[in-house]
Design a protein around this ligand. Structure first.
Ligand SMILES: OCc1cccc(Br)n1
Length: 453
């Protein structure tokens, strides 16, 4: 009663209490449906992937930012019927505030920029353009029968304050730099590029009211899932004649001349940057977020077996939407890149490296009497910048070697009574064998020389 919650919550709590009372060992071992635990082996893969993302961001001079996972629901409420806003993980907190676990990061970025903007004049108080990145955990309340996740970590890269396609080129360049850093080439992944302004023109010519443009794009983004008939039906429900729009989507232009000047310039700059081979023009790409206003793009696996790897585009009107008419001159472009699909692709291509635990030293006492000495040795080594795993109980050689192997240690430092009485520590090299004996190389090192190992 105290915790509230629906019948499912109540049943889960009753089951948990019953299990706890029965001392049943199966007490809620798994995390909530659609979420993941990251034990150290999983965390090594995640940290490896995030480091590649951060290295790409830093190579393109993007600065890292973050914000609370909890945001006001109002920040995400839009009227275009997007899936992402219909699946919000939201609740009313004990202050009666309507809050949500963020489903995306872009509105938070907009909020941070507007915090630094004079809303009366639209003047941003920090130098533009901003090149910011973050790797936030984002949430959605998906129905579990779809077996899809409810959380993922989404690398966000955004440029605020540049209206030309040089901004899109930097973002796509960073994404391709990231792909290459993982060992992926244009044989593995491609990025479909389009310009929503091409579709906007079709809609305008077809007499579609401008206030419906975003809704049309959200519908058109479902083309792969519901097919042309499904899109036609949904457009008709909006009172829009589907033909002109479906024709624009189907038009596959061969020559570059009809791509529109922004896409043409983008492709030219990408050529100069050396990543043109990753790009392909696709007039059917619109992306499912209502706030895109210009170039949009999505990365996909060339075999076409996976969901979109990443997606993004220009959203020149979002800051005006939140900050008022004076903020109409703050152009933005960015992308979101989830951690799940890329890991599926890397796994399929055997490109996830074997990541074992690593430590410089295991320091091991011969007996309880040497524990004080072990503490001194460990501190000496750590002060010198080494990572040290202290054996918490005495071990003989074989057991100490096993511990060192499990810990991924480069070296083992034994503290034994005879050697220690002469100020010496026996150090064995775990990675290099003695060429004559085949045994681990070992030497007795004076305590004072430890920092020079
Ligand atoms: O890509 C849409 C999305 C948003 C939040 C969480 C997850 Br999983 N997926």
């Amino acid at each position: 009663e105290r915790l509230g919650g629906g019948s499912k919550t109540r049943k889960a709590i009753e089951a948990a209490i019953a299990a706890a009372n029965k001392e049943d060992p199966t007490f809620l071992l798994e995390p909530p449906s659609g979420t993941r635990d990251f034990e150290p082996a999983d965390m090594r893969v995640r940290s490896w992937l995030f480091k590649k993302m951060k290295d790409a961001a830093v190579a393109f001079s993007f600065k890292e930012y973050d914000a609370p996972v909890l945001e006001s629901v109002a920040l995400f409420e839009r009227k275009a019927g997007e899936e992402i806003t219909q699946q919000m993980y939201n609740f009313t907190d004990k202050d009666g505030e309507r809050v949500a676990l963020r489903p995306e990061m872009t509105p938070t970025l907009a909020r941070l920029v507007l915090k630094n903007t004079n809303l009366a004049t639209g003047e941003v108080r920090v130098p533009l353009p901003l090149k910011w990145f973050s790797i936030p955990q984002c949430w959605r309340f998906e129905t579990t029968q779809r077996g899809r996740k409810r959380e993922h970590y989404q690398w966000n890269m955004d440029i605020v304050g540049e209206k030309s396609v040089t901004a899109e080129v930097e973002l796509l360049g960073a994404m391709c730099y990231f792909f290459r850093s993982l060992g992926l080439t244009e044989e593995d992944v491609r990025i479909r590029v389009n310009d929503r302004k091409l579709l906007d023109k079709t809609m305008k010519d077809a007499g579609v009211p401008e206030e419906l443009f975003s809704r049309v794009c959200v519908v058109v983004d479902k083309l792969d899932k519901i097919g042309a008939d499904g899109v036609a039906e949904m457009l008709s429900e909006l009172g829009i004649s589907p033909e002109p729009i479906l024709q624009t989507l189907a038009a596959c232009r061969e020559d570059d001349s009809s791509l529109g000047e922004d896409v043409e310039l983008l492709f030219d700059l990408a050529e100069a940057y050396g990543f043109r081979e990753f790009l392909v023009f696709d007039p059917s790409v619109v992306r499912g977020l209502a706030y895109y206003t210009g170039i949009v793009f999505e990365a996909f696996d060339r075999k076409g077996e996976l969901r979109a790897i990443a997606g993004g585009g220009r959203y020149d009107k979002l800051l005006e939407l939140y900050g008022g008419a004076k903020c109409r001159q703050i152009p933005c472009v960015g992308f979101g890149f989830g951690d799940c699909v890329i890991l599926e692709l890397l796994d399929d291509k055997r490109l996830v490296p074997e990541l074992k635990p690593e430590v410089d030293f295991v320091v091991c006492p011969f007996s309880r009497k040497e524990q004080t000495a072990v503490a001194m040795v460990a501190s000496k080594l750590r002060e010198s910048g080494f990572s040290v795993d202290v054996a918490l109980s005495p071990r003989k050689a074989r057991a100490a070697f096993d511990l060192a192997n499990r810990a991924g240690a480069r070296m083992v430092a034994f503290v034994a009574p005879d050697e220690w009485s002469r100020g010496l520590v026996r150090v064995k090299d775990m990675l290099h064998k003695d060429s004559t004996t085949g045994e681990a190389k070992q030497r007795d090192v004076p305590f004072s020389d430890l920092p020079n190992l």
